[in-house]
Ligand binder design. Structure first.
Ligand code: DGL
Length: 278
């Protein structure tokens, strides 16, 4: 075990990554975690590549300053628009021994086991969909198991969750519309990836409009089991992650608001501190 406090950093544009952290805590409770939400600048979903990259790099640097050796971008938009650049261009200069991982690759690796006919649907933010990261990565990693990927951008879903509109007719309208668009574009879809950290909160509504024959892949479970696998394959990194079972929360926005809203995403009371990213 690391003899210093070296938590695993979990970054998201706002609250959504808490749905991933929830599974991390459940699957690997002995590890230390720091959650950082850039709530002051969320959502990232409709921001440009340059801006998402700039903000994400600031967050990664902050988490490194806090002692993290490993940072997970628990945000599809940041994983889609910033991860590759950070891994290839920044990490070698900052510290080649630290690691930054995302949430897209684990979901993509898992979908091969999920789909029976190779027709996969992606529901995500506009940024994730426009980046084409999922189709590109599915082509690379599914070993030919995925034959057709169809994407649907759902730009309204995050604001609906953030504004506590989960159980309203407005949400039903937009969820049913986006799912209909996706399934009309490829009626053979048998597996759908919820490619946004907020969407698990909409699961009861989503399930109402997805036929029973279509399987839904939630990222939290996949990403947490893949993280455990990663750490067992990389004992050099595992030993540098401290294990006292603590979780700390930081936000770039108002602390009280974060503490109030976080409970919806993680089902627990959290104490949070403010941090400035630049
Ligand atoms: N966390 C983001 C994602 O998974 C959704 C929220 C946002 O747009 O910032 O894509």
């Amino acid at each position: 075990m690391a003899n210093q406090y070296q938590p695993i950093g979990v970054f998201d544009s706002g609250y959504g990554g808490l749905t991933i952290l929830k599974d991390f805590i459940q699957v690997m409770p002995e590890y230390d975690f720091i959650y950082l939400g850039d709530n002051a600048r969320a959502p990232y979903g409709s921001r440009s590549f340059e801006v998402v990259y700039e903000y994400t790099l600031q967050a990664v640097n902050k988490l490194f300053d806090m002692g993290c050796q490993l940072v997970i971008l628990a945000c599809n938009t940041a994983s889609a628009k910033a991860l590759r650049n950070i891994q290839q261009n920044d990490l070698p200069h900052i510290d080649p021994n630290r690691r930054v991982l995302g949430v897209i690759r684990p979901a993509v690796e898992a979908i091969g086991d999920f789909t029976r006919n190779g027709h996969v649907g992606i529901l995500g933010t506009s940024g994730t969909v426009l980046s084409n990261s999922y189709p590109i990565e599915l082509e690379k990693w599914s070993e030919g198991k995925v034959v057709k990927t169809t994407q649907e951008a759902c730009p309204i879903w995050v604001p609906l969750v953030e504004n506590n509109e989960i159980d309203t007719p407005g949400t039903e309208y937009f969820v049913s519309k986006n799912i209909r668009n996706l399934l009309n574009a490829d009626p053979e879809i048998d597996s759908v990836i919820l490619a946004c950290t907020h969407y698990p909160l909409l699961l009861p509504v989503i399930q109402r409009f997805i036929p029973e024959s279509v399987r839904l892949l939630e990222q939290g479970k996949v990403v947490s089991s893949k993280l455990l696998e990663y750490l067992s394959r990389h004992p050099d990194m595992d030993i540098r992650c401290s294990k006292l079972g603590t979780v700390k929360y930081y936000t770039t926005e108002n602390v009280e608001i974060f503490e109030r809203n976080a409970a919806t995403f993680i089902n627990r009371t959290v104490k949070c501190e403010k941090v400035v990213l630049k």
